[in-house]
Design a protein around this ligand. Structure first.
Ligand code: NI
Length: 204
């Protein structure tokens, strides 16, 4: 089981608060997740096209995923807490789901492309199951996509050397047309996520 140690919770809230305060205002609460909009804009304006490289070295664009649902998450493989917890929760939610799980692709976009090469992503994501697609690419392409989803991230040097990446932790659900349907805040409850996804996919 991957669990977030209690000691990390204040840091997580700080991280999310920084991102939330700067960029988001709550527009509506719905189901298992809050729906946010930036500056009063419609959620339909969030997101945009991309062209990145997956963990097998193949070029992938947003259009590749149209026709199915996508759970989109921005993070990095060296993340000690939020990312592995979220990815494990996604995997657990999909394990709980019936055949509808096959209609959803979890997509992990790195905010640390300098370290997260396709090879690193492949090894990392294998731990969470075969469904995950990992995307990396040039700094500019990552920054553009993050901006389109109002995802905050920043490099933070560590005392011991090296660096961490602070990043916001929302999990986005995109519909078959590639548009944002809703999103879920950290921490993700696998049971609630699975129930919400089943409900949304039932009638579509
Ligand atoms: Ni993380």
């Amino acid at each position: 089981m991957l669990r977030t140690p209690i000691a990390l919770v204040p840091y997580l809230f700080l991280c999310l608060f920084v991102a939330g305060g700067a960029l988001w205002s709550i527009a509506a609460a719905e189901g298992g997740g809050l729906v946010y909009a930036s500056g009063g804009a419609d959620t339909a304006t969030l997101g945009g096209p991309f062209r990145l490289t997956d963990q097998n070295g193949r070029v992938r664009t947003d259009a590749d995923f149209h026709g199915g649902y996508v759970l989109l998450y921005f993070g990095y493989s060296f993340c000690p807490d939020v990312c592995p917890t979220t990815l494990a929760s996604i995997a657990a939610a999909m394990d709980r789901m019936g055949k509808n799980a096959a209609r959803i692709t979890p997509v992990f976009v790195t905010v640390d492309p300098a370290r997260d090469t396709p090879k690193v992503l492949k090894t990392y994501l294998a731990a969470f199951g075969p469904r995950f697609v990992g995307l990396t690419g040039p700094d500019k392409a990552i920054a553009r996509l993050a901006r389109e989803y109002r995802v905050y991230y920043a490099k933070r040097p560590l005392e011991a050397g090296g660096y961490a990446m602070d990043h916001s932790g929302q999990l986005y659900l995109l519909g078959p047309d590639g548009r944002l349907v809703t999103f879920y805040d950290f921490p993700i409850d696998p049971k609630k996520l699975a129930a919400d996804l089943e409900r949304r996919l039932a009638g579509s």
